[in-house]
Design a protein around this ligand. Sequence first.
Ligand SMILES: [Zn+2]
Length: 65
Amino acid sequence: MSKHTDCYQCETKLGKIAIGLNKKLLDVNSKRFYCLDCLAAYLEVTVDELLAKVEEFKELGCKQF
Ligand SMILES: [Zn+2]
C-alpha cells in the first residue's frame, strides 16, 4: 500500500478521499500526493468541484472511495 499520506506541498495529512482523488486525477504512480486544497489549486478547480467528482466516481462504482 501507498505510504504517501502527506500532502506534497503543505504536508497536511491526507484522508482516503484525497488519496483516491490523487490516484484518479493524477498519475497513479506519482510520488506527489496533494491534499484537497492543493489538488484543487493544482488542477485549477474548486474543492467543491473535486468533491463532486468524488460523488461521480462513487456512483460509477469506483472502489477507490
Ligand atoms: Zn496541501
